[in-house]
Design a protein around this ligand. Structure first.
Ligand code: PGA
Length: 259
């Protein structure tokens, strides 16, 4: 695992936005760049920087195919709190991605399991995910894969823990009763199959999960800890998120950092 530590949220967002943009630019025109994407507070800085780069003519999404990590069960794509609306508002409506290149799970599908299986098939048909960008929960979840979700899990229906419901209530007028209790989510196995994984972590409340992911044992208790077994993972943190890492770890990652 590679860990990049930048002092501030703005600096870590800039590092991650540039790193992914460079890979998009390098992609051959004949083959789309298949990108997995998260929602939440943390990626918003990266999305803003991509939109700015697109406006300046420095980045194009015309050859990018995206697969979002998750969606709430029961929220229609035009619901204010759906991840569909989040993604179109923060990124897709503001860049030049062809609409047919965007994939987001449908939380209102009649057959939820069938929807999830079709999503896995669509990822395979697209040639697999080249880079999965993600966030991390305070409990170490990735996408909606809460602690003790099997590492081999595939896209499916998940039940949110009370901690995640409480954390996400801020998007629902701080009313936990309005937060859907189930979601469709890519599996941990789906994320592990990506050619590369980049996880963003910002703020003091992520520091323990970051420590567990980087220095803790690989354990179902912290789903992100399985990333220790992936050969191409970058965890991009701000200073607060990195604040529980040991001095040895910080020194190692600083000394060995390459662009
Ligand atoms: P956040 O969510 O970026 O809103 O903190 C991350 C997550 O829960 O995966």
């Amino acid at each position: 695992m590679r860990v990049i530590i930048r002092d501030t949220y703005e600096m870590m967002s800039k590092w991650a936005a540039n790193a992914v943009a460079e890979k998009i630019k390098k992609q051959e025109k004949t083959k789309p760049f298949v990108l997995g994407l998260p929602t939440g507070s943390t990626p918003q800085g990266v999305y803003r920087l991509w939109v700015e780069a697109k406006e300046k003519g420095l980045l194009s999404f015309s050859n990018v195919v995206t697969f979002n990590m998750d969606e709430y069960v029961g929220l229609s794509p035009d619901d204010e709190n759906s991840y569909h609306v989040f993604m179109y508002r923060n990124l897709f409506d503001l860049v030049d991605i062809p609409k047919e290149n965007v994939h987001i799970l449908d939380g209102t599908a009649i057959d939820l399991e069938g929807e999830c299986q079709a999503y896995e098939s669509a990822i395979t048909a697209a040639g697999g995910i080249a880079l999965f960008l993600g966030g991390i929960g305070r409990d170490g979840h990735i996408a909606f894969n809460e602690p003790y979700t099997p590492f081999t899990s595939r896209t499916g229906v998940r039940t949110l823990t009370a901690d995640t419901v409480a954390a996400n209530a801020r998007f629902f007028g701080n009313d936990e009763g309005r937060v859907p209790k189930r979601a469709l989510s890519v599996g941990i196995g789906t994320v592990m199959d990506a050619g590369e994984v980049m996880i963003l972590a910002s703020g003091r409340n992520k520091a323990h999960a970051v420590w567990e992911t980087v220095e803790g044992p690989i354990s179902h208790k912290c789903p992100a800890s399985v990333l220790q077994l992936h050969e191409n993972v970058t965890l991009v943190c701000d200073g607060e998120a990195a604040s529980e890492l040991s001095k040895d770890a910080v020194r190692f990652f600083r000394e060995t950092e390459t662009a």
